[in-house]
Design a protein around this ligand. Structure first.
Ligand SMILES: Cc1cc2nc3c(=O)[nH]c(=O)nc-3n(C[C@H](O)[C@H](O)[C@H](O)COP(=O)(O)O)c2cc1C
Length: 235
């Protein structure tokens, strides 16, 4: 029996697919400023991201000041786009998020949204068990905090990147930086890791050409590692 075509091509899908096609990692920005309301929309998108137990371990430092951008650029291996961008959002992860008063704040907010004391208590117990357990614990989660914060921060990072693109701005993700130098420039405390930098602004000149991607069937498998993926374009 032929399965009827699903209505997968909604307006949202078309817009998102177009955005995905158009985005390039920006090589050079023209120095245009990013206004407050745009920046707020981008940051608000980031903090709506999902996170394990809703712990929201991301922390963002918005760098717009010319002098700070110059120092940050030096810490980012001299990448000129740091200074050229209207803004650089330095995306960090708080290693203490499961343990510190962050958890109290998260649960207090949940209570405001109707979560009961019982529910919150259960979450607190599970979190304490998970994050204080030794590696390979019964919860199946090794408390490798560097991996843990990276996982979450990159979701928020990516969400902000897409929001910036949707607002007509260009973006540059960056991992080329010396973490200790970035921390020193921005006075970031020890328990916070710098995960990635997101430059936002307006493109100067031409986008670099699209370098393509590896073939889907070479990197996506079905049911088991290495097993061919066999999906029908017609649904
Ligand atoms: C997490 C991350 C870090 C990156 N770091 C840098 C960087 O430090 N400097 C740079 O010029 N490009 C950086 N890039 C951009 C990549 O080189 C670029 O995304 C890749 O070549 C694919 O190009 P496209 O994004 O235009 O498709 C980074 C990209 C990601 C996702």
């Amino acid at each position: 029996m032929k399965i009827p075509n699903l209505e997968t091509h909604s307006q949202e899908e078309a817009l998102l697919s177009e955005l995905l096609k158009k985005r390039r990692a920006t090589v050079s920005f023209d120095g245009s400023l990013v206004p407050d309301n745009i920046l707020l929309t981008i940051l608000k998108a980031g903090i709506e991201s999902p996170s394990g137990y809703n712990l929201q371990p991301w922390r963002f430092i918005v760098v717009r000041d010319a002098e700070q951008k110059r120092h940050l650029g030096e810490a980012a291996m001299g990448q000129a786009k740091v200074e050229e961008a209207g803004v650089v959002i330095v995306c960090c992860g708080d290693l203490h998020a499961p343990r510190s008063n962050n958890l109290d704040e998260v649960l207090a907010e949940a209570a405001k949204h109707g979560f009961s004391e019982d529910q919150n208590q259960r979450v607190r117990e599970v979190i304490n068990k998970t994050f204080n357990a030794p590696a390979g614990n019964a919860m199946g989660i090794a408390p490798d905090y560097a991996v843990w914060v990276n996982r979450h921060v990159m979701i928020a990072f990516t969400t902000m990147m897409w929001m910036a693109e949707a607002l007509g701005y260009d973006t540059a993700p960056m991992e080329g930086f010396f973490e200790d130098k970035v921390k020193s420039v921005l006075t970031i405390p020890d328990h916070v890791r710098v995960v990635a930098l997101l430059g936002i602004g307006k493109l100067k000149g031409q986008d670099k050409p699209y370098a393509g991607r590896r073939k889907l069937q070479d990197i996506c498998f079905m049911e088991k590692w290495g097993e061919n993926i066999n999906l029908n374009e017609d649904g």
